[in-house]
Write a protein that binds this ligand. Structure first.
Ligand SMILES: [Fe+2]
Length: 214
């Protein structure tokens, strides 16, 4: 066997080893970290309100993922595909709670379809608006993030369960980072966003502050 052949065989082994070792590392996301945190927490008895909150927020994360991936397909703006992937992680975090409490998962895999009629309606309305221009899509994305932050806060008020609270606080922080990511795009497009769910002062101050660690 000549040297170059040996080297190419060796490089295949090295590549295989890298792939094997990288597999778990790549899979070790944020959710694994949350999963470990949840393991040490008590499983309480959920109220109806808490159950509804989990199911709604699980699908609300899908709403964000589906909208951003549709916006990416239409406008090709990388921020949409990046945040859409992050929303998939948020969906997975909510799934931890769905499974932990043995709830029936409301998620329908197909893009743009929802079990909750309210979310289905929001999807259609937001999608139609975001398809009119790239700027409108960014404004819609900011509205989605603001709505998520608002809803996570509302659900935090309704529960004292540490496992629910840790997930909600985490995802609220993630949504603030998403708001910042879209805020940067807003600036590039020279657009102004009018707050819908939180105060204008708070939305502006989140957008002006640095990213938080997820
Ligand atoms: Fe988000």
């Amino acid at each position: 066997m000549n040297i170059s052949k040996r080297l190419s065989i060796l490089s295949i082994f090295v590549l295989a080893a890298v792939l094997v070792f990288q597999g778990p590392a790549l899979a070790a996301s944020h959710d694994d970290h949350l999963e470990v945190m949840l393991e040490g927490m008590p499983i309480g008895e959920l109220t109806e309100e808490e159950k509804e909150g989990i199911l709604y927020l699980r699908e609300e994360e899908k709403l964000a993922r589906d909208l951003y991936s549709a916006f990416y397909d239409k406008w090709g703006l990388r921020t949409f595909s990046q945040v859409s992937m992050s929303e998939k992680n948020h969906m997975d975090s909510m799934k931890l709670l769905v499974d932990r409490y043995g709830l029936e998962d409301p998620v329908i895999e197909e893009r743009g379809r929802f079990s909750d009629p309210k979310l289905q309606q929001i999807y259609y309305t937001f999608l139609a608006r975001g398809m009119t221009s790239r700027g409108e899509a960014i404004l819609v994305a900011l509205m989605v993030e603001e709505m998520d932050i608002y809803d996570f806060r509302e659900e935090q008020k309704k529960t004292d369960k540490p496992d629910l609270l840790v997930i909600y606080e985490n995802l609220e922080r993630g949504s603030r980072n998403h708001l910042r990511a879209y805020g940067r795009q807003l600036k590039k497009e020279n657009l102004v966003y009018k707050a819908e769910y939180l105060s204008q002062a708070e939305v502006d101050s989140i957008m002006a502050s640095p990213n938080e660690r997820d």
